[in-house]
Design a protein around this ligand. Sequence first.
Ligand code: KIV
Ligand code: ZN
Length: 506
Amino acid sequence: MFEKVIIFDTSLRDGEQAPGATMNLPEKKHMAGQLESLGVNVIEAGFPASSPGDFEAVQAIAGLVRNCEVAGLCRCHRNDIERGWEALQQAANPRIHCFLATSPIHMEYKLRKTPEQVLEMIKEGVSFAAKFTSNVEFSAEDASRTPLDFLVRAVDIAIKAGATTINIPDTVGYAQPEEFAERIKYVLENVPDSDKAVFSVHCHNDLGLAVANTLAALKAGARQAEVTVSGLGERAGNAALEEVVMALKVRQDYYGLTTGINTEQILQTCRALSMLVGQPIPANKAIVGANAFAHESGIHQDGVLKNPETYEIMTPESIGRTNTDLVLGKHSGRAAVKSKLTELGYSLSEEQLAIVVDALKKLADRKEKIYDEDVEALVLEEVYRLPDQYRLEEMSVNCATAGVPPTAAVVMQVRGESKQFASFGAGPVDAVFNTINSIIGANPKLHRYAVNAISSGTDAQGEVTVRLEYQGRTAVGRGSDPDILVASAKAYINALNRLEMKNGGI
Ligand code: KIV
Ligand code: ZN
């Protein structure tokens, strides 16, 4: 039998730390439900002591999820641990995840503590956490830059204090696969009670090696992988869940390991996160990119037609890619919409369902074929964003030949009040953004503007992504509509709402 690897997903904690990836509470709850359907073993729902928003999210997810453990991140401080435990109360299977840096550079410059003080803090923090639950994880932050003898001492103390999972993070993405595997082996062999804990790894992607390092560590004996959906995370991100899981599955002959992941849910999960954080999946992204199963060259096409295994090492179906996602149309009723939403992992109230059915009918008037992506875009815009501070009501744009500047008129809700304005711009998108800025009385800096087609065909919805910066804070926004100017306005307003969520507001 193959040994089991625990999949610990930290998309809602480390993933959310990625620039512009903030999610609101309904979005986090939806993602947690999707992760549960995917079959991850542990969901790290946030860092409860870091903000009231994180506390609320961990608490809500702990109350919602029944089939996965729910973890809350805490520093090795009593207050953090108490707050973390308070947030985790409702969880069917709560886990306290304590961390403390062990590398010389972190101890000296960040913590300003001596190595002996750090060891004492690990002992105190972990044993305090173990008073609440036997499910305690300890992470030696920056473990890959920690001298091995000190790492062994830190891990030994954590296990003796009650940690049942020991995480060896490559916090700064510095490790190399073989060297990292050696490190894991060394710790496993030299910590006296290493068999009393599950060893975990958590790799960042600064050198593009997060997945390789994770797999090397699993081969060396680690049995938990900390990953994020699509590799979302701090800086260059974390190890991508879908890549680690599919490597273990496709090359089970090599690793001899298995996971409990329902791989047919992978694409759906990656799409959901991409939509929520407004970051499109690159076409060449391994496993889930639009081109991951596309064969362009004639020789390849010929081979795949004769036998797909000539150029495909896994089937598109195994990650949930089907050709049958053309779903709803103008005449689809409430029941059809409800069943599609359930299939996509959304459980909506009757009132929310009515909003989606109504919006779908309007969309179907403008667009003949409605795809899964259209339905998801609609739920995210119409349902999950209702409590936003800014909301587009109506707009019109006039374009003309040179000499007459484009004009935009926008009506929008600003904190519950309807406001309108019209102004010019260098182009139609510029006119829309200038008008919105006049309405809100602020001038955020536009760093990125990108348009994609959500599905195929000339009537495909445009998906616009923008990145805004305002007073040192940045946020990504996403909007979709068959009209790309409307999609642009929605994306801009979505980014304003996300800036608003990041404390202070506009
Ligand atoms: O990268 C890291 O070291 C972390 C820890 C808190 C686990 O995210
Ligand atoms: Zn991390």
